[in-house]
Every structure is written in structure tokens, then in C-alpha cells.
Design a protein around this ligand. Structure first.
Ligand SMILES: [Mn+2]
Length: 200
């Protein structure tokens, strides 16, 4: 069975003590769950929205990802709301499942090309619809999930090299915006049953 090797780069908007972005990365024997959340705006109120999402996701990590997304819309109703992307990698089926609302983006560098898309809207403000897609993911396939604190200019670049942590750090250094919170999670499927999770 496979597992994911993960790298993370994150920082708040310049001058802010807290980030309005957050992420969750949870792995068990059969699957990995990765979520990236961008609370609307920045500062403590944005962080309140994203942390509410983190708390809910941690308590419901085994649920279907679209069910989690729908539940988050209720959970975040009393907050500003957030852009949320939820990814589950099923290591039994070698499949990536994807559900995204708002402008947190996933870019896949897969042997079998994958272009998952987000629907418009704000989680917590009743998005009009939800969409879950499934994509084949193989060993050595890599994906990047990032908030809009990373400039979309990097999307014209070809597949990045190096470890997931090196890729995440490099994207933040070269394409991070000073005027927005930033979170970037990079994950690569590796062989082996022992999960290599965290920040190598
Ligand atoms: Mn943002």
C-alpha cells in the first residue's frame, strides 16, 4: 500500500499575528485526508472561521468528503465563511477524491493528467452546489493545494522538482504575496505501508 509524503509552507499576512488560513492532514492505514481552508479576509475573524472548520474536520475525518463540506456550511454559518478544499487519497483504490468551494486551488502533477475544479461560493454562505470528482493517483504523483496567498503566476511553470517540503518552501519564497495569508500543502504518493506524514 502507498502513503503520502507531505510538505507544508504557511505564514500570515505581513504584520498579522494570526493567519486566516489553516490546513488539516490526517492519515490512517487506508487513506489520507488533506484540507486547506482560507477564512474570508484576514486577522482573528478569518482565523475563527478557518479554525471552526479544522475542529469539525478533525472530528469527522472518516466521513464522505462532500458530506463534510455540506456540514461545514452549517458549522461556519455564524462566521465570515471560508474557501475550503477537501482531498481524500484512497490508498486501496489509488484514487484522489476532490471537493472544493471557492478559491483554494489544487494543481496535480500526475502521470494520468487530472484537473479537478472548484465550484464558486463561500462555505458558510450556502454555496449553490457541490461537486466531487475522482482521479487516478499513482506512486510518485504529486499535488499542490494552495490558498490565493500564492500568486497564480506559478501556474505557467512546469512540474516542480524536489521533496514536497522543498517544493512548498520554494513556492512560498518565490510566489508568496506579502498582502495575504498563505498556505501551501504539497503531497506525493510513495510506496510503503508506514505513513511518512508530517513535515519531513
Ligand atoms: Mn486569501
Amino acid at each position: 500500500m502507498s502513503s503520502l509524503l507531505i510538505g507544508v509552507a504557511e505564514r500570515p499576512l505581513e504584520g498579522q499575528p494570526v493567519s486566516g488560513d489553516a490546513y488539516v492532514a490526517i492519515e490512517d492505514a487506508a487513506s489520507s485526508l488533506i484540507c486547506v481552508i482560507d477564512g474570508l479576509g484576514h486577522g482573528p475573524e478569518a482565523a475563527r472561521a478557518s479554525q471552526a472548520a479544522v475542529t469539525y474536520i478533525r472530528g469527522h475525518a472518516a466521513d464522505e468528503i462532500e458530506a463534510t463540506m455540506r456540514a461545514l456550511d452549517d458549522q461556519l454559518r455564524s462566521t465570515r465563511g471560508a474557501a475550503v478544499t477537501i482531498v481524500r487519497v484512497d490508498h486501496v483504490k489509488s484514487e484522489l477524491q476532490y471537493c472544493g468551494v471557492g478559491n483554494v486551488t489544487l494543481r496535480a502533477f500526475f502521470r494520468k493528467p487530472a484537473y479537478p475544479v472548484n465550484v464558486a461560493g463561500i462555505v458558510g454562505k450556502r454555496p449553490r452546489r457541490y461537486l466531487t470528482t475522482r482521479h487516478r493517483m499513482e506512486v510518485d504523483d504529486t499535488f499542490v493545494v494552495y490558498t490565493d496567498g500564492i500568486s497564480s503566476r506559478w501556474e505557467s511553470e512546469s512540474a516542480p522538482n524536489g521533496t514536497p517540503q522543498a517544493i512548498a518552501s520554494d513556492l512560498m519564497a518565490r510566489h508568496g504575496k506579502a498582502h495575504d495569508d498563505l498556505t501551501c500543502v504539497v503531497a506525493r504518493m510513495t510506496n510503503g505501508t508506514s505513513p511518512r506524514f508530517g513535515r519531513p
